[in-house]
Design a binder for this molecule. Sequence first.
Ligand SMILES: Cc1cc2nc3c(=O)[nH]c(=O)nc-3n(CC(O)[C@H](O)[C@H](O)COP(=O)(O)OP(=O)(O)OC[C@H]3O[C@@H](n4cnc5c(N)ncnc54)[C@H](O)[C@@H]3O)c2cc1C
Length: 423
Amino acid sequence: MDFHANPLTAQPAIAPDAYRAHAREWLKNNLPAHMRADTLDYRSPTLAESSQWEAAMYRAGLAGMTWPVEYGGHGLTLREHLAVNKEIGALAMPESVSSIGKELAGPIIMTVGTEAQKKTFLPAILQMQNYWCQGFSEPDAGSDLVRLRTRATQEGDQWRINGQKIWTSGAAKAHYCLLLTRTGTVADKHRGLLMFAVPMDTPGIRVVPIRSIDNKESFAEVFFDDVIVPDSARLGAPDEGWNAAIRVLSIERATNRMYRPWRFECELRQLVQACQSDAQLAGRLTESYYQRRIGQLVCEIDGLKGLVEQSVDQLLAGAAIGARGSLTKLYWSNATRHSWHWRRKSSHRSGRPQARWRGVPASIFALPTCSRMPRLSTRARPKCNWTSSPSALCNCQRISDHESPGRKFAPRRVCRSGCRCGR
Ligand SMILES: Cc1cc2nc3c(=O)[nH]c(=O)nc-3n(CC(O)[C@H](O)[C@H](O)COP(=O)(O)OP(=O)(O)OC[C@H]3O[C@@H](n4cnc5c(N)ncnc54)[C@H](O)[C@@H]3O)c2cc1C
């Protein structure tokens, strides 16, 4: 692959529209065919290929737009970031393999990191020289993050870390972990939390992959047994960990993967085109069921676009995003679910599952939602084994809302067969 840096990015003050046009042109000319999920040539890129591709995007000015020039960024604003993300969304290109570094670790290092940490980590993230994972969730501290127990104890000018994290995306390939720890007791709740940048090759760190229902190992449990890190690995002041974590989470909800609505739009367009080119599926498009589904998705996509644009306006005006960040995540989750549900249903009814939308990512089943769970599989579903015990949980830990929509915490019937049917 031959990637050329675009001279446009060296110019000051380009209008966002011109920047967007530059992004469109560059992506169109440089995205390898085998990385386009809407072509027959598509194959899942290797880590090295993704890394090479993202480094080239950075050199062309399509990553690190808002980061200061002294830390390797392009010194632009969220307007240009949004403009580029619209074009990234418009193409069926692979997800970033370094989004935790670029979109979570980078911004928080920029906010609370020391000058030495900024100079060390930020350019390396943009140049795809290191990957990050996010060590926040624990077995007993998920939504209620303040219950986390992973403990950091200061010993002179170093820290000893003991504990366990779970659902750590990309832990197996990560070079660094953005780790949230506790210096006091669990009773201290939001106080006594401390964040670190921990090298994943530090002795005492053990990564145990979690195999998800789609047979992938994108998550892991990460164990910390007497892990010693120097004080220079600390991100922010002791006791400032909660504020740093909240910043990370608000970035995650509001500005991370801003391209989502434009990507949904792209996928929906491809799906409709695929249906139109297939005699059996084309008929489905005239059915009111599918028309309602498409209409619903279009509304959700438009709503999500509006939220993203408003968040950018608010951030540029220096205002806090507040609840809009959570709303964006909720809209995104619902649109993801509805989109996959519709794909499954259309391919199942036609009897011709399309390669493009055959695999439902397991992660969508863990997304927050107010809608019903889609079925996990339309084929070879094992017979369910129902129980009426209100206290019983499904073996796959998923609570049924089939029989009692809206009462997810008090199901009347749950599946006990361990078939992972989602019911
Ligand atoms: C795709 C994906 C990637 C992830 N990657 C990472 C990662 O890299 N690093 C990381 O640290 N974590 C990661 N997570 C984990 C993450 O964000 C957890 O899903 C989150 O911490 C929730 O924890 P939990 O699974 O224990 O659910 P729980 O906290 O047990 O919640 C289960 C359900 O109960 C609901 N619930 C919980 N408390 C309440 C309440 N008080 N009132 C009403 N409803 C409630 C929740 O909304 C949810 O529906 C990832 C998750 C997903 C889906």
